[in-house]
Design a protein around this ligand. Structure first.
Ligand SMILES: [Zn+2]
Length: 343
């Protein structure tokens, strides 16, 4: 066991402290205050990160797809974007294996929780449960019906398989269906998440009227719209590297200034490994005006609305970011350690 850290990320910010961490990356003891001796692992201790938005099932397409020159719609929009055609033609067994590979990547990256949008109705949700079963990563399954028209038939099957609904987009289905899904989620203690304004401005007020637990992207939102999202207390999962593939840039600075709780998602697993610290490193480089502490909180403190923020506590998994050259540089270099088997 090793002592790690001189500062701990808490919901109130960075405070002096250190933890005793086992080889599996779990905390055995938390000690407050400035440590008297230099720790074995110097740096900032933070809760193990949450990947705020993934599509793990796309993993198998990583070697097969070249998104160069494609628009967002051509690459990933349902029902006939390139990834959906690939998903439909992939046998369930291969989908499960692909999702498990993606989750293994997430685990190696030290991720504790993944919020996944799972296409493919009950069959797709069941496949993700099967993929996740042997791995210690917590997977929040945000499913959907296989097609909008079969919602009424599939919702009773979905109830035992999903943690919530992941709406692909307000304009991908009738608003009435989104409303029915929001009511269903409410009635069954499930979550509602939706993609919003990824490639063009969409109706923020219609989205907020669904009382979602999570908005994904908000890339094309105006400052005014971000203020309304902040007022509603809805957290946003930003996917900066995926947006950059399509020459877009999420308004992260405005989101932070508006007071939105921002998380980082790696989005489609065909483009990137599901490692939120790759996103954090990208933000640290590309958004120099955002505080490094804020960026660390995006990766490590994010939670769905109504869930408590992860904290550094006994039994919990952590990461340690080397801050000897400054916290920002530690994040940029991805110098992160805690579990001894980590890459
Ligand atoms: Zn997405």
């Amino acid at each position: 066991m090793r002592w790690a850290g001189t500062r701990i990320l808490t919901p109130e910010g960075l405070t002096p402290g250190s933890v005793l961490v086992g080889p599996e990356g779990r905390v055995h003891r938390v000690r407050e205050g400035q440590p008297e001796e230099d720790p074995d692992l110097p740096g900032v201790v933070a809760p193990a990160p949450t990947n705020a938005h993934t599509h793990l099932a796309d993993r198998r397409a990583r070697e097969k797809i070249d998104a160069e020159g494609l628009s967002v719609e051509e690459a990933v929009a349902p029902p006939d974007g390139l990834k959906h055609r690939l998903l439909r033609s992939t046998p369930t067994r291969q989908l499960v294996e692909g999702m498990r590979e993606a989750l293994e990547e997430a685990h190696r990256a030290g991720v504790r929780r993944v919020l996944d949008f799972r296409e493919g109705g009950p069959r797709g949700a069941r496949a993700l449960r099967e993929a996740a079963e042997p791995l210690p990563v917590e997977v929040t399954v945000l499913g959907r019906p296989s097609r909008a028209e079969v919602w009424d038939e599939e919702k009773d099957l979905l109830v035992d398989l999903v943690d919530g609904i992941g709406v692909s987009g307000l304009e991908d289905q009738p608003l009435e269906l989104s409303r029915a899904q929001a009511r269903w989620a409410d009635d069954h203690g499930k979550r509602l998440a939706l993609h919003l304004s990824e490639a063009r401005q969409e109706d923020v007020d219609a989205a907020l009227s669904l009382d979602p637990d999570l908005i994904v992207h908000a890339t094309e939102c105006t400052e005014d719209e971000l203020a309304r999202i902040a007022d509603a207390g809805v957290p946003v999962a930003a996917c900066p590297r995926c947006n950059a593939l399509f020459d877009r840039r999420p308004p992260l600075t405005a989101m932070v200034e508006a007071g939105i709780d921002v998380g980082l998602g790696s989005d489609n697993a065909m483009f990137h490994e599901p490692d939120p610290f790759d996103e954090a490193a990208f933000v640290a480089r590309e958004w120099p005006e955002i505080d490094a502490e804020e960026i660390l909180a995006m990766a490590c403190s994010f939670a769905l609305e109504a869930d408590p923020s992860p904290t550094v506590e006994e039994g919990g998994e952590i990461v340690v970011v080397d801050d000897r050259n400054g916290l920002r540089e530690g994040i940029e270099d991805r110098r992160i350690q805690a579990r001894e088997d980590r890459r």
